[in-house]
Design a protein around this ligand. Structure first.
Ligand code: DAH
Length: 364
């Protein structure tokens, strides 16, 4: 490497040529002035102040100059870089001030704006009715019982005196769970809770069990494949059909108001003997509309079944049927909601539209 060239003339070195430096300064100042955003200014600064900018190159050339020439070249280049630096700093300050002002305007808080309200949900009338029913029965001193929705076929049918080939097994349109030999079904009614309660609890026994039940029905104005029932069971010494009737009347009056018309019809259930069907007068047409979609024009809505607990059912739960008697009932809760609130269409109940539920929000 050769030493410094003593005869080196700074004016001859292209990068240090005063005209070239002035031109570089002018371009830099123009670029700073032209930058209209902080991003553009940053890019311009890279081009005119960065390592590869003409002024940085010129600065680097100074080192190779003979000592006598360094001072003047250093002054020239340093002055040029100083001016460029100031221009960029000044433009930077301007652009930052503009940005801050814009942010102040754009992000201004309008304290008068009404905040968007998150719409409140609403409790479904089925839940509210179940709660009301629970209150009615706990008010009578009964207990609330629960059972599983996936139920052993034995509890759902056998324990309730349905024989293995009993047509009711097919009549109840059962969802059987796989594998077929698991003996599991989606419970078709809340009645299996009767057997569970008799096995688990002490006598005398007074329980109400609300819950979901499942059948392979199609959805229409009065049917849905998943619906709710309330099951009642009383087992004690000396209970008769009169106790059943009194309980049902009290239940109906509490739920629907005094004077609700009901009727009992002789019926058959494997787990009760005698058995009865209980109907309510259709609240939608009051029996006046032969085309009524809710009652099918009959004027009556089937509300549920009831009866005196069959001796075989008591015996299957280890209860002495000669000493104890019981009565039981099971009703559809969807029908109760239709009756209480004049809902004409099951679709409204199952759809889950909050605008439907909101109408029941104030129910207590
Ligand atoms: N489990 C019956 C059904 O779903 C209803 C029923 C009838 C329940 C008579 C009872 C009863 O407890 O005694 O159709």
């Amino acid at each position: 490497m050769s030493g410094p060239n003593t005869s080196y003339d700074p004016v001859e070195v292209a990068a240090l040529d005063p005209a070239a430096i002035d031109a570089a300064v002018e371009q830099a100042l123009a670029a700073a002035a032209a930058a209209s955003t902080l991003e553009e200014l940053k890019a311009a600064r890279g081009a005119h102040q960065g390592d590869k900018s003409p002024l940085a190159l010129a600065n680097r050339e100074i080192g190779a100059l003979p000592p006598s020439a360094k001072a003047e070249a250093g002054k020239r280049v340093g002055g040029a870089r100083g001016r460029v630096g100031q221009a960029f700093a000044a433009r930077q300050a301007e652009l930052e001030a503009e940005r801050d002002e814009r942010i102040l305007v754009e992000e201004r808080l309008d304290m008068t704006v009404v905040p968007p309200r998150r719409p409140l949900g609403a409790r479904h009338p089925i839940s509210l009715t179940i709660e009301r029913i629970e209150e009615i029965f706990t008010g009578l001193g009964w207990e609330i019982a629960e059972g599983p929705e996936v139920e052993a076929e034995w509890f759902n049918f056998d324990s309730l005196n349905f024989g293995p080939d009993h047509p009711a097994r097919a009549m109840q349109d059962t969802f059987f769970l796989q594998p077929a030999d698991a003996g599991l079904v989606m419970r078709t009614h809340t009645s299996p809770v009767q057997s569970r309660a008799m096995l688990e609890r002490q006598l005398p026994l007074f329980i109400a069990c609300p819950g979901k039940v499942f059948r392979t029905d199609d959805l229409d104005a009065t049917h849905t494949p998943v619906f709710h029932q309330i099951e009642g069971l009383a087992v004690a010494e000396g209970l008769t059909m009169a106790n059943l009737k009194g309980t049902l009347d009290r239940f109906a009056a509490e739920l629907f108001g005094p004077g609700v018309t009901t009727r009992l019809r002789p019926s058959f259930f494997p787990f009760t003997e005698p058995s009865a069907e209980m109907d309510f007068k259709c609240p939608i047409c009051l029996g006046q509309d032969s085309g009524c979609r809710v009652c099918g024009g009959t004027g009556w809505i089937e509300w549920g079944g009831c009866g005196m607990v069959n001796r075989n059912v008591l015996a299957a739960a280890g209860i002495d049927p000669d000493r104890y008697t019981g009565f039981a009932f099971g009703m559809g809760i969807e029908r109760a909601v239709m009756l209480r609130h004049g809902v004409a269409d099951m679709f409204d109940i199952v759809e889950g539209d909050v605008r439907f539920s909101q109408q029941f929000g104030m129910e207590i």
